[in-house]
Ligand binder design. Structure first.
Ligand code: FES
Ligand SMILES: [Fe+2]
Length: 408
């Protein structure tokens, strides 16, 4: 165990750049390349499978960058599959955005063509009036889908360049079972006028915590031993990045939080329950084994951030709509509440995180507008903003075939 505030850096830093040539990256031309070379090629974290436990259950998710919506369904055979939410007759959207439920199949509202949860076309009203219908080849249009730790990933390539396990790399075996057994306690959706890179970057560092969040969470982090809120552990992989945030051991709990967590089980910060409950964390969590473990932050490239604690996690999606708009979805998960006190703990946690997110979102539109003016060519990043460096290097590697030039 260590309480050091020295940062440990893991991974290959040779691709990372402390200055990012940002000007063209927020323009529509570059954005189109991001769509074609990142979002059409990579594995994309689409949804948690919390609504897909039973056979014949299904959900619908919008995928803004590909201008489509997908149905994810668990078939009667138990397999999880993803399909474009598009009827094979005349392309009507089969299910409403964000629909979810359980049914043996889906009937189109336009003319009643019906599909099973494994995608097969099973009924065509007035079949005799069609002269050339090949039903066997008129199932729903599939998209590659794979499950990992209760999350479903999709890939829009005709033939993905790598498996999901290869895409995840070292992360693949390191979170085993940790997300299981949690329930979704809140969801939010907002579509601000921000570039998606700017949006996701807001969660790639803790440098801003003492400034932007000084009113909502003034002292979760920092304190006498780590006033600059340095991350004790930062890691980059070929696609993804993660860091551990350290809690402030001298923090005094506000009265409402103390009451919530006296009556219900603690959620945030993670260190008190993590230590007192003797919890064994999977390899990927708190890899430096710091005692004051606040939370981990994992960027699941390209467009998702996971905040992960002992008894909770949050999924934040940043789906690009265009170069200047992003579809942000947030889902919080926590232990199932068994008592009134647990519900209070959930409520406190939800309210606190929501306020912090509002502050994070508040900077995104202003930054995007200033960048689109073209006045600024480079942004300057510290070693503590390593995940921001990593994000831009990973995008450039897929878009341009190289991580980007160092500043001349
Ligand atoms: S468009 Fe779906 S049945 Fe006609
Ligand atoms: Fe923040």
């Amino acid at each position: 165990m260590t309480t050091s505030t020295e940062s440990r850096f893991v991974g290959d830093p040779s691709r990372l750049r402390p200055q990012i040539d940002i000007r063209e990256r927020v323009q529509p031309e570059y954005h189109q390349k991001e769509i074609d070379r990142v979002f059409r090629r990579g594995w994309l974290l689409l949804a948690a499978t919390v609504d897909l436990k039973e056979n014949n259950s299904f959900i619908v998710r919008e995928v803004a960058p590909l201008k489509t919506s997908l149905i994810v369904a668990r078939g009667a055979d138990g397999d999880l599959r993803a399909f474009h939410n598009t009827c094979r007759h005349r392309a009507n959207r089969l299910l409403a955005p964000d629909a979810k439920g359980s049914a043996p199949g889906f009937a189109c509202g336009f003319h009643g063509w019906t599909y099973a949860t494994d995608g097969r076309l099973t009924a065509v009203p007035d079949r005799g009036s069609f002269t050339a219908l090949d039903e066997a080849n008129l199932g729903l249009i599939p998209v590659h889908a794979e499950e990992w730790e209760g999350l479903v990933f999709v890939n829009f390539a005709a033939r993905p360049e790598m498996t999901l396990a290869e895409w995840l790399g070292v992360l693949h075996g390191q979170y085993r079972g940790h997300f299981a057994g949690k329930v979704r306690v809140a969801t939010y959706r907002i579509q601000p006028a921000t570039n998606w890179n700017v949006a996701i970057n807001a969660f790639g560092e803790g440098y801003h915590a003492g400034f932007l969040h000084k009113k909502t969470v003034p002292n979760y982090q920092g304190g006498k031993t780590n006033p600059n809120r340095h991350r004790p552990y930062l890691e980059v992989t070929p696609h993804h990045g993660r860091y551990t945030a350290q809690g402030n051991p001298d923090r005094e709990q506000p009265a409402v939080e103390a009451l919530s967590y006296r009556l219900g089980r603690q959620l945030y910060p993670s260190y008190a329950n993590y230590r007192s409950e003797g919890l064994t964390l999977p390899l990927g969590l708190n890899p430096a084994h710091i005692e004051q473990w606040l939370q981990d932050v994992l960027e699941v490239f390209p467009h998702v951030v996971m905040l992960i604690g002992a008894h909770w996690h949050a999924l934040l999606w940043f789906w690009p709509i265009d170069a200047g708009h992003t579809d942000i979805r947030v889902e919080f998960f926590a232990y199932p509440a068994k008592t009134v006190g647990d519900h209070m703990a959930h409520a406190h946690f939800r309210a606190r995180l929501r306020e912090v997110f509002r502050e994070d979102i508040s900077t995104m539109e202003a930054i995007t507008r200033q960048l689109q003016s073209g006045a600024l060519q480079y942004i300057n990043l510290s070693q503590q903003e390593l995940l921001v460096q990593q994000h831009y290097a990973a995008v450039a590697t897929m878009v341009d075939g190289a991580p980007g030039k160092a500043r001349p």
